[in-house]
Design a protein around this ligand. Sequence first.
Ligand code: ASP
Ligand code: MG
Length: 459
Amino acid sequence: MPKIVVKFGGSNLRSNEEIHRIVQVIKNYNQPLIVVVSAFYGVTNYLVDALAKARSDESVADKTVDHLFGLKIESLNQLIENHDLRNGIVHIIQDQLAELKRYLHGIALTGDASKALEDHVLSFGERLSAIFLNGILLANGLDSSVAFPETIGLITDGEFGNASADFHLATGQVRDALKEDKIFVVPGFYGVSREKKTTLFGRGGSDYAAAALARCVGASSLDIWKDVNGFLSADPRLVDAPVKIEKLSYNEAAELAYFGARILHPRTVEPLTDARIPVRIFNIYGTLEVQLPLTVISREKSVQTGVVKSVTFSDDFGLLKLKGPGVGLKPGILAKVTTALHLSGINISSVLTSQISINILLAKKDLQNAFAVVSAIELSAVGKLQVEDDISIVAAVGHGITDNYGIAARIFTALATESINVVMSCSGASPIVSYYLVQSVDRTSAVRAIHREFFEEKH
Ligand code: ASP
Ligand code: MG
């Protein structure tokens, strides 16, 4: 029987009530599973912080370990009645924490941490939640064990902080290691280099880890449990009556995630597309019926009436502007700038140029660094370098967006009716997205205006 990979995120691990629901879901599957878990809610951020402070503060090691132990122990006491089982799990957790403490002490002693050590430290949130959840499953009579990525051979390309799975090396090993008919609980977020060093898949990377495992074992689906109602036509915090999206193509899901839909990591569909493994999205607060996903993401491409399937936004982008009377025609500027940004580890999201201005879209967190890097390059044609960080992106996504006339016109009109100025726009970079840069203060009304145009008014 093909396996199902089931992923639970940190937002599913906040309370005992949620943990009870996870157990119920796993029982409802009633078949062998690979369960992938993220760190407890907030734990990765906590570790990021600890890592930074540990360099200059010796007491961080003890504080961190005590804090993490506190997060688990109360739930374990409440949820595992069997004394021996509980003690066994607590011991494994203590061993892990003792190891973490040694690393943090080492960082305090040397005042420094290598990239490899940083990745390793940050993976402890997932390691601990896998051990924890496995304990809970055992307490509920389920046949389960923890399978660490380093043990099962989830090999990556070795890039710290932003690794990709190496399916050539990983597939056979992972498949073999997970072939038994039982439940395996795998910590998400990381794989290992060929040298067995922990390499993270990037922030939010447990979705990608789960997708990579699904591909390795040839899963029949990747099921992602969330605390929201699947993909919607817009963020329910912004619009009153968002429409549920039952089906999305891989590309639509990837673009929505890229432009801010927080429901899925943008790289999740990467390993699944060729393998044609569908992603099914569920809500842990909804029906726990495992045959009733809210959204299914697959290779099926459909053009919906009205074309736009969802309107999303992101406040995480900013612009770096290179201005000068002839920047558009002067060869070599972009080559120099993009090389320098690349060498500084800064990813470019988009470039829009004209004769007098080159506009580089970047993650907001990278803007100041990018400004410094580009300022240091000798660029005689560039008169002014400018950062714009009070902008937001609003994107409309759906198959058919660039093949049908009138969509952009409707969007511009909807925005104009609300007196929203479009700072910049782009259609055609991908056949399924049209996106608009607006001032951040206009972001919410822009999403509402476009949503109203396509989903709320009958024309
Ligand atoms: N815990 C990791 C993070 O916060 C991975 C994940 O949640 O997917 O980035
Ligand atoms: Mg997450």
